[in-house]
Design a protein around this ligand. Structure first.
Ligand SMILES: Nc1ncnc2c1ncn2[C@@H]1O[C@H](COP(=O)(O)OP(=O)(O)O)[C@@H](O)[C@H]1O
Ligand SMILES: O=C(CO)[C@H](O)[C@H](O)COP(=O)(O)O
Length: 491
């Protein structure tokens, strides 16, 4: 098996690195040039290994809090001290690998690179929303899947799903919903007694508890697309009466709520103490929202990751699956919602054409205030989830100009138009007026893209201080269930 190497250590600009190893400049692996690997592929990436530690030597016994983010292209971990300062981050790319064994390998890799993990007081995992596995209820063994977050189910599964929904606009009506994936397995004859649908974050959280706890249940963020009623906080009767009922997770917890503590086995292979609390998780774009830090209704977070997910704080819950719009529960009194959706556009389109290094230097050549003169609709392949829900929508990336910088300009502008149309749709549907956009994800490090987006969206657009979702998961580990309410109650 290929020897695993360290991933890229992301240095948080706020915390000055005190220990630096020389920069290792590798050749950027082009996506097409990637070699396959049984587990985690780390091509010859430009690896800057910097462990960030606070200047003042924090005592090694001081408690730390760990968040682990399982995104589309890789896994990242963040470690906070008891003042919620960022101590260290680590990451590993999946490359061409995928599936539960790859995720578990990534979990082990990123956690074992964190300093002071032996003092961890709590850990929390976020995963891609609506990524589902079919597992044995008895021992948690994976039987089918994963069906990934953007997997569009068969017409038969979608039809059976929509037939039980209380209304056609329901979040679970989307062809990529977790509930459609449950019907997919039912129609294939793979579901049945002793089997349960498990979200990516839930399965990984169970790895932390050890083998004697097959399933920790789920959280009400991950449960939304499975049909959970996040207003009354219960499985609705129409779902409990359906053939899906036996597949539903028994427990639905609040994100950050205690699921249990690190099992003896995981304690040894992760180097975490058995006293470390395991918190219920959330989805990757909500973890990014939590990391980005917003303070009032009308503010939004756009996650510019492999996909483009937006969440706007609103006092109005909006749900319209015909546009791919749904609302996650934030909390507070009055109850606040994270209204938005997840588009198939995003960094995945960029990575098919440009390495991260090329993105950086080509972006510097672009005049963000000028129009590119191109009219692209950037998608990785046919199909769009939001703000147009259409499995047959084709990408538009022609004509390609001679200049790579102009080509990139057209793509960034095309994605910014999709983002602007998304916010416009949320306002049309009653979510309220957009005031400001804070940016998370890999694209947040591109100031040119931020300026193009600001020009087309028409409100201030800036990069978050913490652009990594893992920091949001670490805050959930640290603050527990109080985090969401406290965020919502900020006026
Ligand atoms: N300078 C840049 N400008 C725009 N996009 C970038 C830049 N650097 C990296 N990216 C994009 O960021 C994406 C990865 O972001 P990340 O948040 O890690 O994604 P995910 O969590 O969805 O895997 C990649 O698709 C890559 O193309
Ligand atoms: O695009 C995705 C993967 O990155 C997911 O769909 C994303 O998690 C958005 O879903 P949610 O709004 O439920 O978090």
């Amino acid at each position: 098996m290929q020897e695993l190497q360290l991933g890229t250590f992301i240095t948080n600009p706020r915390v000055r690195a005190t220990a630096q190893t020389p920069e290792v400049e590798g050749k950027g692996a082009t996506p097409a040039g990637r070699r396959s690997a049984p587990w985690l592929l780390l091509g010859a990436l430009a690896i800057r290994r910097q462990l960030t530690r606070r200047m003042a030597g924090a005592s090694s016994s001081e408690k730390v809090f760990i968040g682990v983010d399982f995104g589309t292209s890789g896994c990242r971990a963040a470690c906070l001290d008891s003042n919620a300062s960022l101590l260290a981050e680590s990451s590993v790319a999946y490359g061409d690998a995928s599936g539960p064994e790859c995720w578990r390998e990534a979990l082990c890799k990123v956690v074992k690179e964190l300093p002071r993990r032996e003092s961890a007081a709590a850990i929390c995992i976020d995963g891609t929303s609506a990524t589902a596995l079919l597992c044995s209820s008895a021992d948690g063994h994976v039987l089918e899947g994963p069906l990934m977050y953007n997997f569009s189910c068969s017409a038969a599964a979608v039809q059976r799903c929509r037939a039980i929904l209380p209304n056609p606009d329901h979040t679970a009506a989307a062809s990529s919903s977790t509930l459609c994936k449950a019907w997919e397995w039912i129609l294939q004859g793979k579901a049945g007694p002793g089997k349960r649908l498990v979200h990516q974050a839930d399965w990984l959280t169970a790895q932390l508890l050890g083998t004697d706890v097959p399933s920790p249940g789920t959280d009400y963020h991950n449960a939304l697309k499975l049909g959970y009623d996040v207003e009354s906080l219960q499985w609705p009767d129409w779902l409990k009466r359906s053939e899906v009922a036996p597949l539903l997770p028994e427990k639905v917890l609040s994100p950050g709520e205690t699921v249990g503590y690190i099992g003896a086995g995981p304690a040894s292979w992760l180097g975490l103490p058995e006293s470390c609390r395991v918190a219920a998780g959330t989805t990757d774009s909500i973890a990014a929202f939590l990391a980005a830090g917003t303070s009032q209704v009308g503010e939004a977070v756009t996650s510019l990751g492999s996909t483009l997910a937006i969440k706007m704080r609103s006092l109005v819950r909006v749900e319209d699956s015909s546009f791919g719009v749904y609302s996650h529960r934030l909390g507070g009194d009055p109850l606040q919602w994270l209204v938005g959706g997840a588009s198939n556009t995003g960094g995945v389109v960029l990575r098919k054409v440009f390495t991260d290094k090329a993105l950086k230097h080509l972006s510097a050549e672009i005049d963000a205030e000028a129009d590119s003169g191109l009219d692209y609709y950037p998608l990785p392949c046919k199909g769009q989830r939001f703000p147009i829900s259409d499995d047959n929508l084709e990408p538009r990336l022609e004509p390609r100009p001679e200049s790579d910088a102009q080509f990139l300009h057209g793509i960034l502008e095309g994605m910014a138009r999709i983002e602007a149309a998304s916010f416009q749709k949320l306002e049309e549907l009653g979510a309220g007026r957009l005031r400001r956009v804070v940016t998370a994800g890999g694209g947040a490090k591109n100031p040119t893209w931020c300026r193009i987006r600001q020009r087309l969206i028409g409100v201030p657009v800036e990069s978050a201080e913490w652009t990594e979702a893992a920091c949001g998961a670490a805050l959930l580990a640290m603050k527990g269930v109080s985090l969401l309410g406290a965020l919502a109650d900020q006026k």
